[in-house]
Design a protein around this ligand. Sequence first.
Ligand code: PLP
Length: 386
Amino acid sequence: MTPRRASSRGAVEPFHVMEVLKAVAARRLSHDDVVLLCVGQPSTPAPEPVLAAAERALRAGTLGYTEAIGTLVLRRAIADHYRAQYGIGIDPDQIVVTTGSSGGFLLTLLAAFDPGDLVAVTRPGYPAYRNDVLAAGCRLLELACGAETRYQPTVAMLEALPEKPSGLVLASPANPTGTIIDAGELAALSRWCAANDVLLISDEIYHGISFGRPTHSAWESGQQSVVLGSLSKYQSMTGWRIGWLLLPEPLRRPVELLQGNLAICAPAISQAAGVAAFGPDARAELDGHVRRYAANRDILLARLPELGIASFAPPDGAFYAWCDIGHLTRDSQAWCADVLAATGVALAPGIDFDPVDGHRFMRLSFCGTAQDLAAGIDRLVAHLSR
Ligand SMILES: Cc1ncc(COP(=O)(O)O)c(C=O)c1O
């Protein structure tokens, strides 16, 4: 008997960078030279106070299920963070702790939209947005965003749409571009969305990693939007799977109910240890990482012209450079595979982030060591001058 077919919901696009990582693993069997400039995660472990807290938590309690919305102590730490960082007063009950911001994004889609609702995302953008919107049965609207708007959406773009969406997803700093939306535009988008009954989902998971340009939270303009936060990036804790949602009142109970059914709760040990990620010692360690990203960014910006790359998004934050390589290829996936085979340097093909124009873009990550970055660029320069 043939097994029953899979649902159409699971027929999502692959994350093409995973193919690069597969080729990396194959290359490592025979070569000792791989430089990873394709990954979207810090190369450092969680900060020391978190590691110490995790050790204590292992021995101290049962680490069973927690409240579906997350422990009060962690939600209080998150609320304190918003007060200190943005001057926003948040009740811990407005926060739901999730399994990474990825879990929070899915809960938001399920709680806020019905199948068939139109959800707008930016292009280029983080691929899971597109794929999750479709897997949730919603219709996808991609807003083409270019250099003229720092690759961010604007009220004018939304006004010009033939159909008003039910939701708008934006990220600042963004992946893959690293750009930060202007405070005025973010406030204008928040107001427009509230006035037009559009749910704004503001992905703020790269906050803390920015290079001079200020980051603002959508909740500075009112609490009608959903804010996504995470310990993954600034706090260097991707695998610990802790994210959170700031939720407007109508979504709180539905998200709690969905979380209780879908995941029960975020990992207990990560919640217990994650509290320490907001303390001053952790911040001092983490700010050291941000200084390294900033130094790497300077190296990269100084050397991109050596690769003939003159056009790239302004990397205001996160740790990515979104580079136009149209002078080198019209097939970023094949080009990245060739570069890896010839040089051992792994880059992320643009088609992951932009299915329309991504064939002439690549994303370069600068979250690793300065030595790796310099070695990677040296090899790319030598390869391209051949
Ligand atoms: C823009 C953006 N949002 C969300 C995520 C998901 O992160 P996490 O689930 O680890 O919080 C990522 C991961 O790379 C990302 O780049």
